[in-house]
Design a binder for this molecule. Structure first.
Ligand code: HEM
Length: 457
């Protein structure tokens, strides 16, 4: 029988009061809210919000808009999986990065998105993706051939060069190594456009700064270049092995017109090369600070590979290599947060999140939360050995639900093969301090050069 002290009744009444309340958060200044705090140090701002306000839901105000930071894995699962149809990518992301991705699937919504994803998905099946393994290995081997014993290198540039060349080959069948091309020019101009260490990153695109002009020019050259390639593939008697050829064949039967196909090829290039380069950069940086981990990695590579370069068939045996890359993406997730906008008021964690606001699901915070990870700031690949009982969305470097990263398999395979290929030949020592400065650009970028000293093994 229910009494006045019935805990169930109490809980319901607390919940209903709470859901009508605004989640807690800093006041900020009138009009601009928390804009300065957020712009000057996003990671620090998020960390303060997550730690100072209980309940894993906090609000903030940026330039007049209200945002909500959700820091529990259950919230991530609710937004990305269970309640996914009640959210869109939304207006803010469209405004910030829409011009680079055009009509491509990263920002497409509803049926548009579904048709594109269904058409493109078979090109990313395991059997297809594994045909690109030799490309990753041979490009990494060529890079190793240029490295010298005792040399100091900047690894972020090196990995960006490598992942761009692997992707250009896999997507378009072209070799951009050491050459200027529309692909390289667009990659560079996009990086400059979103470089938050430059004032230009905060100016709208229509202001004709040199960086903006270069960005627009290179985007339209890239689009023309891809259109020519599409025409070439359509005219050819036989299709090639690159992803574009597969998609040209797939789109013959509908699902994507040529403009959307073109925008998706650009999307794969932009979404795929810097992220994978960052996963590799942080892996090397961490290895260079942890000789014990590196020793175990070398032992595994020697035992499994012997004198041969790795292949996709070796990957199931390279468990420790996989754990090293996985742990690096936990500590330094290349994508530091995932944004969504609810299309109706929605209750999350006992609070009502209003329609049309922005919710932020920060990999950066949840991946480093001591509720899910012992000693969360330590680099411990072996934490992934045993089955774990942490919530599924305590780790989501590739997002989750229907819109999880379509390139996940490609990226993980490439990263593991590149680590295996290069670590077979070289050991690294980090010169850059362990307290690496970061910038929250479109991705989690190092704010300083990441230097390594190489020694030939
Ligand atoms: C380590 C490397 C990578 C990381 C960390 C990464 C991360 C992510 C994340 C977090 C999302 C979800 C975004 C959201 O829900 O808002 C995403 C989506 C996406 N990624 Fe990746 N990505 C990587 C590599 C790649 C590669 C190699 C490609 C293409 C070849 C790619 C293409 C895409 C596309 C097209 C989407 C949008 C999917 C959709 O909305 O259906 N990514 N990625």
């Amino acid at each position: 029988m229910a009494t006045e002290t019935d805990p169930t009744t109490d809980e319901v009444s607390i919940e209903s009061t709470r859901s009508e309340r605004e989640p807690p958060g800093p006041d900020g200044l009138p009009v601009i809210g928390n804009t300065f705090a957020l712009a000057s140090d996003v990671f620090g701002f998020y960390e303060r919000l997550a730690h100072e306000y209980e309940g894993d839901v906090a609000h903030y105000r940026v330039a007049g808009d209200t945002g909500y930071l959700l820091t529990h894995p259950d919230h991530v699962e609710q937004v990305l999986v269970t309640d996914a149809p009640r959210f869109v990518k939304g207006e803010m992301q469209q405004r910030q990065i829409g011009s680079a991705f055009g009509e491509g699937m990263l920002l497409a919504e509803n049926d548009d998105w579904r048709d594109q994803r269904t058409t493109a998905q078979p090109a990313f099946y395991r059997e297809r993706i594994e045909t690109y393994a030799p490309v990753a290995v041979s490009h990494a081997e060529a890079m190793a051939a240029d490295w010298n014993d005792g040399e100091t290198i900047e690894i972020h540039d090196a990995m960006t060069e490598l992942t761009l060349s692997v992707l250009a080959w896999s997507l378009f069948g072209i070799d951009v190594r050491g050459r200027q091309s529309a692909v390289r020019a667009a990659a560079t101009a996009t990086r400059d456009r979103f470089d938050t260490s430059r004032l230009g990153a905060y100016l709208p695109e229509w202001i004709p700064t040199p960086v903006n002009r270069q960005y627009k020019h290179s985007l339209s050259s890239l689009r023309e270049f891809i259109e020519e390639l599409i025409d070439e593939r359509r005219a050819a008697d036989e299709l090639g092995e690159d992803l574009l050829s597969l998609l040209v064949a797939a789109t013959d039967t509908g699902g994507m017109d040529d403009d959307t196909l073109r925008d998706n090829m650009a999307t794969f290039l932009f979404a795929g090369h810097e992220t994978t380069a960052l996963a590799l950069t942080y892996t090397w940086f961490l290895l260079g600070h942890h000789p014990d981990v590196q020793e175990r990695l070398h032992a595994e590579l020697d035992e499994v590979l012997g004198d041969a370069p790795p292949t996709a068939a070796d990957l199931p045996e390279l468990d420790y290599t996989e754990q090293v890359v996985k742990e690096a993406m936990r500590l330094y997730p290349p994508v530091w947060t995932t944004f969504r906008e609810p299309i109706e008021d929605i209750e999350i964690g006992g609070y009502t999140i209003p329609e049309g606001t922005v919710v932020s699901l920060p990999q950066w915070i949840i991946h480093r939360d001591e509720r899910w990870y012992d000693a969360p700031l330590e680099f411990r690949p072996e934490r992934w050995v045993d089955g774990d009982d942490r919530p599924e969305y305590a780790y989501y470097p590739f997002g989750g639900g229907p819109r999880h990263c379509i390139g996940m398999r490609f990226a993980r395979m490439e990263a593991q093969l590149v680590v295996a290929t290069l670590a077979r030949e070289f050991a690294v020592e980090s010169i850059t301090d362990a307290s690496l400065d970061l910038t929250a650009s479109a991705n989690t970028l190092p704010a300083e050069p990441v230097k390594l000293r190489l020694s030939r093994r």
